[in-house]
Design a binder for this molecule. Sequence first.
Ligand SMILES: CC(C)(COP(=O)(O)OP(=O)(O)OC[C@H]1O[C@@H](n2cnc3c(N)ncnc32)[C@H](O)[C@@H]1OP(=O)(O)O)[C@@H](O)C(=O)NCCC(=O)NCCS
Length: 203
Amino acid sequence: MFSWARFLSSGEDGVVLPSVYFSSLPVLDTTRLVLRPVRRRDAPDIFSYASDPEVSRFVLWEPHRSLSETRSYIRYVRALYHRGMPSSWAVVLRETGRVVGTIGFMWYSDVNGSAEVGYSFSRDVWNRGYATEALRAVISSAFASLPLNRLEAQHDVRNPASGRVMEKCGMKREGTLRQRIKNKGEYVDVVLWSLLRAELENK
Ligand SMILES: CC(C)(COP(=O)(O)OP(=O)(O)OC[C@H]1O[C@@H](n2cnc3c(N)ncnc32)[C@H](O)[C@@H]1OP(=O)(O)O)[C@@H](O)C(=O)NCCC(=O)NCCS
């Protein structure tokens, strides 16, 4: 049985300033994955899945049409590191060294002690538990290192696999937000999930 209390006590980093945390995202090691800052040379790996319309179907970005679009994305992420702003890790498969996805923060609110996480993985590695493994590592690091009270995630109602990842990580389903966002030309319903610090500490 997975226990957040045991998991958190295994690697306490100590709370740091959010801008310091975001400017040098820690390397997070899991059994099968390494989460580390995105590098320029990740472009071919990221392009190989970010160009897949099935991967981008329920996320807010369009499929990358060229390697240079992926390079622009990487420049953007690295600029966020530079400015100490919320951004993403590259998720590397330990066995092969390949980048198979990204996971990270959509936003962070100092005032409310809250943040939102999101993730995308290459279609050829779906349903092997990688997103769950990565999200657990991010949750653990975020609550250990940031003055965070509430972590949110949301997904398109037509993307239940993403909700299942949130559920497996102990997040609670809060409800459906009707036509919350406009994505790829249509208004879509999204499901909102959250995890509170008190829930982690009581597990
Ligand atoms: C959503 C996504 C991140 C899941 O990644 P993953 O590595 O396959 O996730 P995991 O293997 O950890 O868990 C997936 C779970 O969803 C379940 N699942 C898969 N398809 C499903 C479906 N159609 N309905 C319900 N559950 C489904 C799997 O069975 C698994 O649950 P289980 O362990 O109880 O069997 C991946 O599909 C993805 O990158 N999609 C494209 C980008 C995206 O949509 N990102 C999320 C934006 S909110």
